[in-house]
Design a protein around this ligand. Structure first.
Ligand SMILES: NC(=O)c1ccc[n+]([C@@H]2O[C@H](COP(=O)([O-])OP(=O)(O)OC[C@H]3O[C@@H](n4cnc5c(N)ncnc54)[C@H](O)[C@@H]3O)[C@@H](O)[C@H]2O)c1
Length: 378
């Protein structure tokens, strides 16, 4: 039996991974601070994610910012899956110190312990993110492959949202982002994920630990937080639809994301835990399919069998990317991973689950107000 510590293991991906690993015979410890933004004010009542694992794992209520909590959690573990993080991209642009303290500081504290004290850890999985790439990869007719930087306020203000590249002529074609693509995050969250990944990939080999980084695309599925207004349009739109409120689609609705179903993410991560071929590698995890925001809205309305007004508002958030979808050649070749759930299947499962949940008031307006005040929402 192998012992695995999952930091942030009460969260969406961590709790699903924990349950799957337990079913496979692993012994799981979770270190999680039960952040109110994710788990509500009273996790014992308000967090189905926490409740799903609480009696099945060795649960430590603590923070990755505390070396004492980390030491207690790391003792006796064979493998660490490091998920604990602040996870809101927009929010990271005005809670900069908090995001760097938890995400970068927490990873640094963990590595300090592993580099300087006795332990049994042989492998670390770090949750990196597609956000480290920033905008996607494009093929320019005259320049070859290019990596456009984030779009400017001046151009988006005119309602022109498609990506441009200086001196590129003819069409600029979106292509899949592979692991060798330029890393240029457009948010503080992305910067912290890049930093976490680089620290783990750089330090671990020098201290005899095999590192594996997974750059997850947009993960979704039953159990994801419906109350956190800072992440995930599937949750935000679902809550609006169920509350019969208008959906404000930003830009022109043609922006795309690669939505990957939770079971596929868990599957990929377990391959990384179990296969030596993963050691020392970074992998994209996604579906390889770019889905527009308007398709998301249509699929949700269809699955809830409801109609609410949909306003394609031309609003935009500074720092948002236009497109990015994963190239899966590497993870397919080295780990044999192939996503098995289509967006249409996954969103049906998600909507069926949402329908079993209590309808809550949404805090979305408040999050938009916050971004407006900071000049990040236009
Ligand atoms: N969900 C996605 O689409 C996605 C995409 C790319 C990367 N990731 C990364 O995967 C990991 C897991 O994401 P998730 O969707 O499960 O997020 P989540 O927000 O559901 O879970 C994060 C967990 O970390 C805990 N946490 C927060 N701060 C902590 C601290 N200081 N100490 C201990 N625990 C703390 C929270 O309470 C929560 O349970 C994160 O590192 C995230 O950045 C997620």
């Amino acid at each position: 039996m192998k012992k695995v510590l999952i930091t942030g293991g009460a969260g969406f991906i961590g709790s699903n991974l924990a349950l799957k690993l337990i079913a496979k015979g692993y012994e799981i410890t979770v270190l999680d601070n039960l952040s109110k933004q994710i788990h509500g004010d009273e996790p014992e009542i308000s967090s189905p994610l926490y409740l799903s694992i609480k009696d099945k794992v060795n649960f430590i209520h603590g923070t990755v910012e505390s070396k004492e909590d980390l030491k207690q959690a790391i003792a006796g573990q064979d493998i660490i899956v490091h998920y604990a993080a602040e996870t809101g991209t927009g929010q990271s642009m005005y809670q900069i110190e908090q995001y760097t303290n938890v995400n970068i500081g927490g990873t640094a504290a963990m590595l300090d312990i592993l580099a300087n004290a006795e332990h049994n850890v042989k492998k670390i999985i770090i949750a990196s993110s597609r956000s480290i790439y920033g905008e996607g990869k494009y093929l320019s007719e005259n320049l070859g492959y290019v990596y456009p930087s984030h779009r400017s306020d001046e151009i988006m203000k005119t309602g022109d949202f498609e990506v441009k590249y200086p001196n590129s002529t003819g069409t600029l074609t979106l292509v899949a982002t592979d692991e060798e693509s330029k890393i240029h995050p457009s948010s503080v969250y992305g910067i912290t994920k890049q930093n976490q990944e680089q620290m783990i990939m750089t330090v671990c080999p020098t201290i005899g630990i095999a590192p594996v980084a997974f750059r997850y695309q947009n993960v979704y599925g039953p159990g994801q937080s419906l109350s956190n207004p800072y992440t995930g349009i599937l949750s935000i739109f679902s809550t609006l639809i169920r509350n019969n409120k208008e959906i404000n689609v930003f830009e022109d609705g043609k922006e795309t994301r690669d939505f990957v179903y939770i079971d596929d993410v868990v599957e990929a991560t377990i391959l990384g835990i179990e296969k030596d071929e993963a050691n020392g590698q970074v992998f994209n995890v996604g579906t390889g399919v770019a889905t527009t925001v308007l398709t998301v809205v249509e699929e949700l309305l269809k699955n809830y069998n409801k109609q609410v007004p949909v306003k394609i508002s031309g609003n935009y958030r500074l720092g948002d990317i236009r497109h990015n979808f994963a190239d899966l050649k590497k993870i397919s070749a080295l780990l044999g991973f192939k996503p098995s759930v289509t967006f249409q299947e996954g969103i049906k499962n998600f909507a069926d689950w949402v329908n079993t949940q209590e309808i809550k008031g949404d805090k979305y307006d408040q999050s938009i107000q916050e971004m407006k005040q900071k000049g990040l929402f236009k």
